[in-house]
Design a protein around this ligand. Structure first.
Ligand code: ATP
Length: 290
């Protein structure tokens, strides 16, 4: 039996540079792991894959990314045996926090241990990239500058440990829809990733907060004004930065003052329908140790 964690991520910057010949968007993004995580327990079974998750309605068959990750390794590594996967889900689903990718990354790591496959991190990332663009990052963790489809990664110095408040409004956002809408109406404001990387190298959280820009935010916010409302609430609560993650709809706030983050979390729970989590930035070593 192996227990392994899958960590949520936020995008501190997200830029779209164009559409590639293969139809995917070329992106440039600073991604950051959070301490908020799902817990996966893997047990050997004679054959086949079974999966249980504590969230009603979430797929437990081959549509689940953790299932697909396990199936890929069974097939590609010639494993003679199966696996049962139990997922305790903490990362909000379909939120822009890459929870599914986190579970796939954890399943890859878990299968590697459970069956003593001896795959390197690089090999695991290669398998992960075949399932989803965010999975190589989920296997790496910490603070990363990612380009291409998100699979070309440069490790950065860890973002200083900071309180992060997450608020997911009760609206559904389709990632393909957000990218399509972006193509029709590209916004004018792009992140200055070079400046962000420099601020990060100096450990300057406030400069990073000023430079945090997500080009998909105006797209999703136009369809769901609740996102602008949540960002305003975060700023009123003292957030140095309040922004949407990925294609949304989750809004995150970075708080220099953890007590202010806790007060703001209470206000969200009292006054809104948001799914609220108070967490913090996580370092790469934390993900590695699992
Ligand atoms: P992305 O931005 O990569 O599209 P997300 O971070 O917004 O994804 P996820 O929580 O990864 O959101 O889920 C997106 C969809 O993936 C869900 O609606 C669900 O149908 C499917 N899915 C498959 N496996 C999982 C999993 N293990 N956990 C959560 N969702 C999963």
């Amino acid at each position: 039996m192996v227990t392994i964690f899958g960590y949520a991520k936020i995008n501190l910057t997200l830029d779209i540079l164009g559409v590639r010949d293969d139809g995917y968007h070329e992106i440039a993004t600073v991604m950051q792991s959070l301490a908020l995580r799902d817990e996966l327990t893997l047990r050997q079974r004679a054959e086949g894959i079974s999966l249980r998750v504590d969230v009603p309605g979430l797929e437990t068959d081959a549509r689940n990314l953790a299932y697909r990750a396990a199936a890929l390794l069974i097939e590609e590594c010639g494993i003679r045996g199966g696996v049962h996967i139990d997922i305790v889900k903490r990362v909000p689903v379909a939120a822009g926090l890459a929870g599914g990718s986190a579970d796939a990354a954890a399943a890859l790591r878990g299968m590697n241990e459970l069956y003593g496959l001896g795959l390197t991190d690089e090999e695991l990332r290669g398998f992960g990239a075949r399932i989803g663009s965010d999975i190589p990052f989920s296997l790496t963790g910490g603070t990363v500058f990612a380009t291409g489809r998100g699979e070309i990664m440069e490790r950065l110095s860890d973002f200083p440990e900071t309180a992060v408040l997450l608020a997911k409004p009760p609206v559904a956002v389709s990632t393909p829809w957000a990218y399509r809408s972006y193509d029709a109406h590209p916004p004018e404001k792009h992140p200055d990733n070079a400046a962000f990387l420099q601020a990060l190298a100096h450990g300057d959280v406030h400069a990073c907060a000023r430079l945090a820009v997500n080009v998909l935010q105006p797209v999703t916010e136009a369809a769901h004004p609740v996102i602008a409302d949540y960002r305003a609430r975060m700023r009123t609560g003292g957030a140095a930065c309040a922004m949407m993650s990925g294609s949304g709809p989750t809004v995150f706030g970075l708080f220099a003052d953890a007590a202010a983050a806790a007060h703001t979390a209470e206000a969200f729970r009292r006054e809104t329908d948001a799914e609220v989590h108070l967490t913090r930035t996580a370092k790469m070593t934390m993900i590695k140790r699992t």
